[in-house]
Design a protein around this ligand. Structure first.
Ligand SMILES: [Zn+2]
Length: 343
């Protein structure tokens, strides 16, 4: 009740303050299991981009951030961004962006480039939610601590076939043993550093009997694909760190490597400066003043967070809020987007 009231007060006070909206996408794909709700179908993505072109002033993130820095808020401005660096950003999203002339910024986690590895949350889904059968109990050593969970279900833990394809982390229904394990391991893994997580994922995949490889439709972008994506200048490449770790849980040294090292890697690939950053996870509690100062000192000009607030004159260019775009049909997308200008 209280948060609803706060929301009404915020929206009312925002009514007369011009704002712009930054949208956050991850994947354009017609995948089945999507527990993190990262996929927008090809059809909905095309309809969403057509709507943006028709009704809004779509500008690049850099242009918007420069304008905001000068105290200018372009009327009806929307910027499009993608996080993580999935290959489908090149194969599925870019052709649509070109068709409608939509500039976009793709934030790439550089530790996955050319590794033939899935992003760690996809490995987790592949090992826990996807297999038809799993052993009935899971015991895993994670960074010196033991994690254990009984998976329940039928003898042999064979409840995989019963996983509802539409289950996701926002779902409020009671979880199965696998879904609980998925949630718990996701929370544990995001606090690990890259080496600890790699080790735990290897053990988890061995337990589940799935290979540590990559499904073709879950591939991260490789070097050549990053260059192809950026070709022509409609799509800009930004950094999303190296290992997609929660920066606040890392040492200062690791933070510096994630922020500056990923920038250097992308600049080597592209042969030009990389000026924008998106904090991995990017919630309010994932970013300290020290981390955003490090981003600034590393030579970036702007940085995006994953907090659903719109940008206004005076917004810190290193704390640009974004709204996640989901797999909505055009009516829901249109009505939600209109409301976002008051958030
Ligand atoms: Zn991400």
């Amino acid at each position: 009740m209280y948060s609803k009231l706060k929301r009404i007060i915020r929206r009312t006070s925002n009514l007369f303050r011009p704002s712009a909206v930054i949208l956050l996408y991850h994947r354009v794909s017609d995948e089945g299991l999507d527990p993190q709700l990262l996929c927008v179908s090809r059809r909905n993505f095309a309809a969403q981009m057509a709507q943006l072109r028709k009704e809004y002033n779509v500008i690049s993130l850099q242009e918007l951030s420069d304008d905001i820095g000068r105290g200018i808020v372009p009327r009806g401005a929307v910027a499009v961004t993608f996080d993580d660096g999935y290959r489908d950003n090149l194969t599925c999203a870019r052709p649509v962006a070109e068709e409608y002339g939509i500039p976009a910024t793709v934030f790439v986690s550089t530790g996955y480039i050319g590794e033939n590895r899935e992003f760690w949350w996809d490995d987790l889904e592949r090992a826990i939610l996807s297999p038809a059968a799993l052993p009935p109990s899971l015991r895993l050593e994670i960074a010196g601590k033991t994690y254990s969970r009984e998976l329940g279900g039928a003898p042999g833990g064979e409840e995989g076939a019963k996983q509802p394809a539409g289950w996701n982390v926002l779902n409020k229904k009671p979880d199965s043993g696998r879904q609980r394990a998925y949630r718990e391991l996701h929370a544990l893994f995001l606090k690990l550093d890259a080496d600890e997580r790699f080790k735990a994922l290897g053990d988890l995949c061995a337990w589940a009997g799935v290979p540590l490889s990559c499904r073709p439709d879950h591939l991260p972008l490789n070097e050549g694909e990053i260059r192809s994506l950026a070709e022509g200048g409609l799509i800009d490449i930004g950094s999303h760190g190296c290992s997609h770790s929660n920066l606040a849980a890392q040492s200062r040294e690791v933070q510096a490597q994630e922020i500056a090292g990923s920038k250097r890697r992308l600049e080597d690939i592209l042969g030009r400066p990389v000026t924008s950053f998106a904090y991995p996870f990017g919630g309010r509690h994932d970013i300290t003043g020290d981390i955003s100062a490090l981003v600034k000192d590393s030579g970036y000009r702007s940085a995006c967070i994953n907090v659903p607030v719109s940008v206004r004159a005076g917004t810190d260019p290193f704390l640009l809020g974004r709204h996640i775009a989901r797999d909505w049909g055009i009516e829901e997308f249109s009505s939600r987007l209109r409301g976002l200008f008051y958030e």
